[in-house]
Design a protein around this ligand. Structure first.
Ligand code: GLU
Length: 424
């Protein structure tokens, strides 16, 4: 988007281009609502902010930040904040649009939004990280709020960053507005179960998909790309169910063990040294070999665009669980469908996080907090109901689960759009 800034002309192979082609594929299933589909191809509002801070060495650094509100037809904007050196406006547009589809797919009363700062947080001191977070929050403070747009954690952001965001917003409005962000620490209006919710949702939808495929999870071989909050939690839950985690890749490299990696050791080591720190527990292999490691289930839980056409051709997986947002490019989607590989798409597979974010927001407003069992039972029920409805739609039209999810979600969004009508 560098040459000509336009919502409708994506850069080649960009996440926004992937999203637009996913929307194009659903149009034949929208009936008369197709009249409104253009609304999904343009974000409602996009804000670019300058984030200047004084660094520890006394110099002044400027970072570029974004908050995109893609759609608010069904409720306030909702979606995480990403800190990453590769963040662009176009990427945040795609991520915000996927939030619109995701919240509608699981029928949460939200629209979709996303934010990000182009920064490598690993290069900042804790003080610099806090300054970046607070200045960014203050800059986007003109469009976020408990009833308008509610940020949450995403790649490289966590409960501490949400606490700083909540505090900064609260200071600016005068009061304590816990409902302005979700994914907060527990004693600041956070919810039990939120940290593990995304990984748990990947497990719940994956277990159901495996059941429908007739695949036994006991002994099933799983490869996981991305070993943060999503990938590691999903891996642990699948391992508890008897599966073997045979390959894990993170930003430090790739480790494989055909007998299954020992997660009790790998998880804590990965937190400090990355997965390659666990040399004793497996073989370190070149990153590209991750994609042809023999496996039954592949969980891309890192960044967008990882599952390319070439990698889709070589994977031995029968089931792909999209823990990340936008990991599969459209050509790879076609190849996987032709090869009979089932894909549980991001917009349902990783919706557990935003679902428990919704529970957190509801608890903040009612100032009444639920126990973890209640959270997990409700999470499982919402995910299973949504998945079953999507599966019925896929069977009815003989379409992929992704297009079926878009069909269910886009009908809800565009119906709301139509009922609200155009203003003025
Ligand atoms: N960042 C997460 C996602 O991509 C969670 C968003 C939220 O909880 O609002 O779904």
């Amino acid at each position: 988007m560098s040459e000509k800034l336009s919502f409708v002309s994506p850069t080649a192979n960009s996440p926004w281009g992937t999203y637009l082609s996913q929307v194009d594929r659903v149009v034949p299933y929208l009936g008369p609502l197709a009249r409104w589909v253009e609304t999904l191809k343009r974000p409602k509002r996009a804000l670019i902010v300058d984030v200047p801070i004084e660094m520890d060495d006394g110099s002044i650094a400027h970072f570029e930040g974004y908050r995109v509100q893609h759609n608010m037809s069904r409720g306030p904007g909702k979606g995480g904040i990403r800190f990453h050196p590769d963040v662009t406006l176009e990427e945040v547009m795609a991520l915000s649009a996927w939030m619109t589809i995701k919240t509608a797919a699981v029928n949460l009363p939200y629209g979709g939004a996303k934010g990000g700062i182009r920064v490598d947080p690993k290069k900042l001191s804790p003080q610099e990280l806090e300054k970046v977070t607070r200045r960014y929050t203050s800059e986007i403070g003109i469009i976020i709020g408990p009833h308008t747009d509610i940020p949450a954690p995403d790649v490289n952001t966590n409960a501490q960053i949400m606490a700083w965001m909540m505090d900064t917003y609260s200071m600016n409005v005068g009061g304590t507005a816990t409902g302005v962000v979700t994914g907060k620490p527990l004693h600041l209006g956070g919810s039990l179960g939120r940290v593990k919710a995304t990984g748990r949702g990947v497990f719940v939808t994956g277990r159901e998909a495996a059941r429908r495929l007739g695949m036994d999870l006991r002994g099933a071989r799983i490869a996981v790309q991305g070993f943060g909050n999503v990938g590691s939690v999903a891996a642990e839950l699948f391992a508890e169910a008897g599966a073997k985690i045979v390959a894990v890749q993170d930003h430090t490299g790739t480790i494989v063990n055909s007998n299954g990696l020992d997660l009790a050791k790998l998880v804590p080591i990965s937190r400090t040294d990355g997965v390659v720190g666990f040399k004793a527990g497996g073989d370190i292999v070149p990153n590209e070999d991750f994609w042809n490691t023999p496996c039954d289930i592949l969980i891309p839980a890192a960044l967008e665009g990882q599952l390319t056409a070439e990698r889709a051709q070589k994977t031995t997986a029968k089931l792909v669980l999209e823990g990340a947002n936008g990991p599969t490019v459209p050509q790879a989607d076609d190849i996987l469908a032709e090869r009979g590989v089932l894909v549980v798409p991001d917009v349902i597979c990783n919706a557990g996080g935003v679902t428990v974010s919704y529970f957190e927001w509801v608890q903040d407003f009612s100032s009444f907090f639920w126990d973890e069992d209640e959270i997990n039972v409700r999470l499982d029920r919402i995910m299973m109901n949504a998945l079953n409805q999507i599966w019925d739609t896929a069977d009815k039209h003989k379409i992929t689960l992704r297009t079926a999810t878009y069909a269910v979600a886009c009908e809800r969004i565009l119906m709301a759009r139509q009922e609200r009508g155009l203003y003025p």
